[in-house]
Design a protein around this ligand. Structure first.
Ligand code: AMP
Length: 208
């Protein structure tokens, strides 16, 4: 059974690659960021409490992320494996991550300038969270080809300031987590520069 974590700097293509891998392996893709945005959309008490943190690009408290994730892992579609994007992002989360056992940690690597270029033109479906971008020929407000219900919008935290902040957090807080997975022998670094298909081919070699 595959329990896969996908990491990488913002804009590396984690969500896109997780979506493709999810279809190929027949296991669900879980995005921590999307689970948090869903909570905000529900306007639950927890959602209201974390709204500001997400807008600024800061990290949400680990008690909140663990609680949301445990609930998601318990849903029936996740019992045969999963692909998790964006967790654990800091040591405190790694240390409390005793409720699941990843088999692979894939790190998609791209240079900082590429992150900024990709994120400032990124578009996300406001209904299903499908990620695309202007570089792939989509424009803002166009309807989503995947769920056919939502429309493409720029994410509120894809501003240059929030992007810089998230990249900084990735290097200070997430890098130590990756070192731990490296010690466990389950970390795989993948070059994220190239077309979506090229990057997918590199990832796919891990599962053949
Ligand atoms: P993402 O969609 O992965 O870019 O995440 C968007 C935002 O959700 C981040 O900037 C954080 O505010 C929050 N977030 C996502 N994953 C985590 C996590 N593991 N821990 C804390 N906050 C998170």
């Amino acid at each position: 059974m595959y329990q896969i974590i996908i990491h990488g700097p913002q804009g590396a293509g984690k969500g896109t690659q997780a979506q493709i891998l999810s279809e190929k392996l027949g296991i669900p893709m879980l995005s921590m960021g999307q689970l948090l945005r869903d909570e905000i959309a529900k306007k639950s008490e927890m959602g209201l409490a974390i709204e500001d943190t997400l807008r600024k690009g800061e990290l949400v408290d680990e008690k909140v992320t663990s609680e949301i994730l445990k609930k998601r892992f318990a849903e029936p579609d996740a019992t045969n494996g999963w692909i998790l994007d964006g967790f654990p992002r800091m040591m405190a989360q790694y240390e409390t991550f005793d409720f699941a056992e990843p088999t692979h940690v894939i790190v998609i690597e791209i240079p900082k300038e590429e992150s900024i270029k990709r994120l400032t033109t990124r578009l996300t479906c406001d209904k299903c969270g499908y990620v695309s971008g202007e570089s792939l020929g989509f424009s803002e407000n166009q309807s989503c080809p995947l769920c056919e219900e939502g429309k493409f919008v720029a994410r509120e935290d894809d501003t240059p300031e929030a992007i810089e902040r998230r990249l900084e957090i990735y290097h200070t807080d997430t890098a130590p987590v990756l070192s731990e997975f490296e010690k466990d022998g389950i970390l795989h670094r993948i070059d994220g520069v190239g077309t979506i298909e090229e990057v997918h081919e590199r990832i796919q070699t891990l599962f053949t």
